[in-house]
Design a protein around this ligand. Structure first.
Ligand SMILES: Cc1cc2nc3c(=O)[nH]c(=O)nc-3n(C[C@H](O)[C@H](O)[C@H](O)COP(=O)(O)O)c2cc1C
Length: 425
């Protein structure tokens, strides 16, 4: 090898070693670990494949389009100490240390003067079922009406700040005014968070707010919505969920609510400890009994099991019903051989009870509950176990056991559409 070539080679090697050393050092000194490379080609392709987003943007000019927004209720006292509340959508977290929330208010609102006077406000977070109050307090002014009196909601004096919170709202945040900015139409009030209170009913076992239980209200396009289903956890949005690419969920949107429920129904096997009411169970049973039934025999009977010992005993004996130990109620759909009459030998009771079961599962999905079909009949051992635990008469044959409860959000629907399963003739 020529001397100059050799020198060039040594030089190139030295540069390479130096580059590696520098890169390693840079990475090492970086406080935040770099995220490992994630394969996203599939996700991108799935979006491109989808017909939902044609990607040709049209300019709308300056319009107040920001989705979604919160719809929260701000609690204040006026200078006479009268409590007031107003709805605000232009609210957000604006600092983490100290944890602060900004609220933008028009000077025309009564609350604006109240905040200036008391230097305090509370932020009250509604669950979706409180939407009517949120709407009301956003339409009328405390200058004209006593909104607490009109709505029947209860003002409670803040523990740490000079502002009332709303007792019936599941999360209340006490804020102390630290600064404000005049932005034009609105004054942006910055409130340092002094305390956050949450109803025990929406807390999980670790004491964290369970957003499924909270069921927060969402404001978008002038409409109120409740939260939908969980689609991914932070940092895991690129991962497959239950074998399906994350973005595949885009294709599961339906205009029609019935189709939405059908496609969003899933076998729910993870439940929170939130109790299900008798009225909710009756809603499911009414849906069950609305199912088609051969010559209107209605060859069914529904057992509603709430006894802890029975649920636990069934959970132990039924191999695919372990989740009964997490639920507080289960529906057992049984065929009644007396009602089935001479059709029982044709197996019609199974068809009818299966249709009733599917109606129950869909009804559960439609009211925010989760349920799963765990088979009993035609397995002799399972049928025997259910009959024994429920002390069923001979004529009642349990087709299945359906645990019912509030889903944790871990279970997601599967896309089972397969064009090859259809034979067009
Ligand atoms: C969904 C919704 C969101 C609202 N967001 C805001 C807001 O962010 N800022 C604001 O100044 N007014 C907002 N308003 C209007 C006030 O709530 C309304 O003017 C109210 O009557 C003021 O009450 P007050 O005069 O008792 O303070 C909103 C109203 C609704 C219905």
């Amino acid at each position: 090898m020529q001397k100059s070539k050799f020198l060039n080679l040594v030089l190139a090697l030295a540069v390479l070693v130096l580059t590696i050393l520098l890169t390693t050092k840079e990475n090492g000194s970086n406080k935040h670990k770099t995220t490992p490379a994630v394969k996203i080609e599939n996700a991108q392709l799935a979006v491109l494949d989808s017909a939902w987003f044609p990607f040709n943007k049209k300019s709308l000019g300056v319009r107040k389009e920001l989705y979604p927004q919160p719809a929260l209720v701000i609690g204040t006292y006026d200078k006479e100490g009268k409590p007031n509340m107003m709805t605000a959508a232009w609210v957000g977290v604006c600092n983490s240390d100290p944890f602060s929330i900004s609220v933008s208010m028009r000077p025309a609102t009564y609350s604006y003067g109240n905040v200036m006077e008391s230097k305090s406000f509370t932020v009250n977070i509604p669950s979706s079922k409180l939407a009517k109050y949120v709407d009301y307090v956003g339409r009328f002014s405390g200058k004209d009406v006593d909104k607490f009196k009109e709505t029947g909601l209860t003002p409670v004096k803040g523990e740490f700040v000079n502002a009332p919170f709303v007792k019936e709202f599941p999360i209340v945040i006490e804020c102390e005014l630290t600064e404000y900015h005049d932005l034009g139409s609105h004054r942006q009030f910055i409130g340092k968070v002094i305390d956050v209170k949450a109803d025990e009913a929406i807390l999980d076992a670790e004491g964290h707010v369970n957003e499924k239980l909270l069921n927060p209200l969402i404001y978008a396009g002038g409409n109120y919505y409740e939260t939908g289903r969980l689609i991914a956890k932070t940092g895991e949005a690129l991962k497959d969920i239950d074998g399906e690419p994350f973005v595949a969920n885009y294709s599961e949107r339906y205009e029609n609510e019935t189709l939405e429920v059908i496609h969003n129904r899933k076998s729910v096997r993870h439940f929170t400890n939130r109790p299900v009411s008798k009225e909710q169970i009756e809603t499911l049973l009414k849906a069950g009994m609305a199912a088609p039934t051969a010559v209107n025999r209605q060859p069914w009977v529904f057992y509603v099991v709430t006894k802890r010992e029975t649920l636990d005993a069934l959970s132990e004996q039924l191999p695919y019903a372990k989740m009964l130990s997490q639920t507080q109620v289960a529906i057992v759909v049984c065929g009644d051989m007396e009602k089935a009459g001479n059709l029982k030998d044709e197996g019609y009771w199974v068809h009818d009870c299966a249709a009733a079961t599917e109606n129950i599962l869909l009804a559960a999905e439609s009211i925010g509950l989760g349920a799963v079909w765990t088979a009993s009949y035609p397995y002799d051992d399972r049928t025997k176990a259910v009959k024994k635990e429920l002390n069923l008469p001979e004529k009642h044959i349990p087709l299945n056991v359906i645990p019912v409860g509030y889903p944790t959000g871990e279970d997601v629907p599967k896309n089972k559409w397969k064009a090859e399963n259809v034979i067009w003739q």
